[in-house]
Every structure is written in C-alpha cells, then in structure tokens.
Write a protein that binds this ligand. Structure first.
Ligand code: FPP
Length: 225
C-alpha cells in the first residue's frame, strides 16, 4: 500500500458548472467552495498530511474584474468563517504564491490565518493564490542569486514556495481538461496524475476516495524497476 502524504488539486470547472445550472460563473465558484470544504474533511479523515489547492493562478487576473472580486470575497469569508473550524480540526494553513500584489487588507487576513494556525500539527493546507510555477521558479532563482547558492536540485527545491513540503503523491485535475496549467511543474515530476471528467462542484467524497484507493494499488518506481 502506498502511503499518501500529499494531494494537490486543480479545481477546474466552476464556471461551466454555473452556466450548466443556468446561473453565473460566480454561482459555480460558490458551489466550488462547498466542494473544497468536503474535500478538506475527507483529507483529514484519510490522515493525509498535505493538501494543496490551486485557488487562483497568476494567469487568472485576465478574468473579468467582477469574477476576481467575487473569488477574493469568497476567500475572505472562508477564512473568516472557517478559522475556528481549522483550529478545531488542528489544520495549519499556508499560502503559496506571490502575495506582493494583494491589498494590505488581504495580506493581513492571510498573515493572521497563517499565524493563528501555525502550531497546528494535523493536515497542512497549502492554498495556492496568485500562484504560477514559472513565477515560483524565478522567485527561487532570485533567492539563490541573492544568497550566492549553487544551482542544483536541492537548492532550487529549497527556495521554492513549497520549501519543506514533500512533493505531491497525487495530482487531481477536475473539469475534463487534460493539462497542468503552470501548476507545481517541478514538484509533480513523479506524481500520479488523475484527470477527472466531472466539474469541480460535482466532485464528491466518493470520487476522491476512489482515487485514493486506486493510488494505493499503483506500483511507483521513480524511474527505477
Ligand atoms: C477554476 O474553475 C477555478 C478557479 C479559478 C477558482 C477556484 C475557486 C474555488 C474552488 C472556490 C474558492 C476557493 C477557496 C479556497 C476560497 P474555472 O472558473 O476555470 O471553471 P471553468 O473552466 O468552467 O471556466
């Protein structure tokens, strides 16, 4: 049985789900947040230590302003309402991505949420916000230049936003699209990838557990035999 330490998810399909229900894209995002909550609970139940969620990419700024505003409002409400639950569930929150661009208000909310949960020892949720791997790689390289580090695998890894986080064992992408979209390109080098046809709001605990069970039976040899 393969032990699962880290699951990463590209939560795709909210917008299409909203349209499918003859409602707005934002309606789909709201429902997508309900799936986020269910999947967090299920990750805790499965005793998986890291869950990385791709919530907003460096490319998502190209979306209409009303959608961007709605997504960040959802995030703020989520952090506000969920923080006690996160504490109760012993969950630690970490933001990965470039935070510089955020408003002072959002930066403060994110910082407070990380600070409040930093000593929790259960599940660690890595929320990818304004995240894109190319940007993350440049961030890592710049740090290496600044501290005069040799360019090697260890130093690149240790200077990414994901420093000290093991690589994902599993990458899931919902939404019937078979691409990676600039997500953790270094870290998923040996991850098992599951492309799911369902749109994110339709993704269930049962779908998640099916993937977890399937993964357990896969033989991983990391390039060996
Ligand atoms: C991709 O679907 C989804 C996003 C860009 C945002 C993900 C956000 C959530 C799941 C809800 C908020 C989550 C948190 C943690 C606050 P899409 O909009 O690209 O869907 P489409 O492919 O149908 O257009």
């Amino acid at each position: 049985m393969n032990k699962i330490n880290h699951v990463a998810i590209i939560m795709d399909g909210n917008g299409r789900w909203g349209y499918k229900k003859k409602k707005s894209r934002n309606y789909g995002h709201r429902e997508g947040l309900n799936t986020v909550k269910k999947i967090i609970d299920e990750t805790v139940k499965n005793k998986i230590h890291y869950l990385t969620l791709f919530a907003f990419s460096t490319e998502n700024w190209k979306r209409p302003k009303s959608e961007i505003t709605y997504l960040f409002k959802l995030l703020e409400n989520f952090l506000h309402k969920k923080i006690d639950d996160l504490m109760r569930q012993n969950i630690k929150l970490k933001i990965i991505g470039n935070k510089k661009i955020f408003s002072e208000k959002l930066k403060k909310i994110l910082k407070n949420s990380e600070k409040k949960t930093k000593n929790n020892s259960g599940l660690q949720i890595n929320l990818a916000l304004n995240y894109g791997f190319k940007e993350e790689l440049i961030y890592s390289i710049n740090k290496m230049i600044k501290y005069k580090k040799k360019i090697n695998v260890k130093n690149i890894t240790d200077n990414l936003y994901t420093q000290n986080i093991p690589d994902p064992d599993i990458l899931i992408r919902t939404g019937n699209t078979n691409r990676i979209s600039n997500f953790m390109l270094w870290q998923i080098a040996y991850s098992e990838i599951f492309f799911v046809k369902k749109l994110w709001p339709d993704f269930t605990k049962k779908d998640y557990n099916k993937i977890i069970n399937k993964y357990s039976s896969i033989k991983r040899n990391f390039g060996g035999l």
